[in-house]
Design a protein around this ligand. Structure first.
Ligand SMILES: C[S@@+](CC[C@H](N)C(=O)[O-])C[C@H]1O[C@@H](n2cnc3c(N)ncnc32)[C@H](O)[C@@H]1O
Length: 284
């Protein structure tokens, strides 16, 4: 049934529960509101184990990666298009909104027309994602979700096998990261270190050579340090860069040579260049 509390009608097959929502403050769409409030989203997602995917391509990539759809928010024109996501029992709830309400909820026009609230899955362990991997990126304490998403996208494009996050690194499933990654957060395996101080030992124990990316002049140009074999590229936070602890844990400090007027590259730009150089031989 379409349940608007007043006028039940037949639900468009195969959806069983379609709830028209006429007001963006309706508590039933709490998962979707105030999307720009980073702190609120973090606490919601942390507490309820959910994340939001936006747009058909990203939603489908999340589903293909095994994430369960909890509910969807869409305008009527998407009902048929997403019919295959209704669930075996048609039990995925749809919140049906007008273009205006959608705009009121997310603060701008959504041309991609649909949002899905999805359940997180338990992350694999670090040793699981390292198994069989040859080229790995390790992110220390990045705070910017756009950078995290961009690094996942470049890792997927350039054939990096896995990403390892420090305990405090920003969440790849935050909505901005998911969007910027174009869904690569669902295709590149990743895990989070439990221990920042000694966490890199696990990579070394598994035979990875650790290359610390830093703009410091004292570091060697990255091309001189790429020797083949299992390699992990360590990238530091947007402000301070890699910690002295991780720099000292690395086998080598490497740099991407730059013109002298510039202090450093954006971390996602540095990742793209370094990943390209690292994986070029494997791509042939
Ligand atoms: C914005 S930078 C941080 C700048 C910081 N002041 C520092 O000295 O590292 C963020 C990260 O991008 C990477 N990065 C930026 N420019 C780089 C370069 N020219 N060579 C190698 N890595 C670079 C490093 O991993 C760095 O930790």
């Amino acid at each position: 049934m379409i349940d608007n509390g007043r006028n039940p009608r037949r639900t468009p097959y195969p959806w069983r529960v379609v709830i028209p929502v006429e007001d963006s403050t309706d508590p039933r769409i709490a998962d979707y509101v105030r999307l720009r409030d980073v702190d609120l989203r973090k606490s919601l997602e942390g507490g309820r184990g959910l994340f939001l995917a936006e747009g058909e391509k990203v939603i489908r990539r999340a589903v293909a990666a095994g994430h369960r759809v909890r509910s969807m928010l869409m305008t009527a024109k998407w009902l048929d298009r997403f019919a295959d996501l209704a669930g075996d029992e048609g039990d995925v709830t749809v919140y049906l909104v007008s273009d205006e309400v959608m705009e009121g909820i997310i603060g701008f026009q959504v041309h991609r027309g649909a949002l899905a609230s999805m359940e997180r899955r338990e992350l694999p362990s670090v040793s699981e994602v390292l198994r069989g991997a040859r080229h790995v990126v390790v992110l220390e304490d990045l705070v910017d979700h756009t950078n995290v998403g961009a690094i996942f996208r470049c890792a997927a494009a350039l054939g990096v096998d896995a990403i390892v996050l420090s305990p405090r690194c920003a969440d790849p499933l935050y909505r901005r990261s998911v969007k910027v990654s174009m869904g690569a957060v669902f295709s590149v395996p990743y895990a989070r270190l439990k221990d920042w101080h000694d966490g890199l030992a696990e990579l070394r124990d598994q035979g990875f050579r650790l290359l610390a990316l830093t703009p410091a002049e004292s570091a060697v140009p990255i091309e001189e340090a790429l020797t083949g074999g299992r390699t992990a590229l360590l990238l530091g936070s947007e402000g301070d860069g890699l910690s002295s602890r991780w720099l000292s844990e690395a086998d080598r400090a490497v740099r991407i040579p730059m013109s002298r007027e510039v202090d450093s590259l954006n971390v996602a730009a540095a990742a793209a260049i370094a990943c390209y150089l690292l994986t070029a031989p494997a791509r042939g």
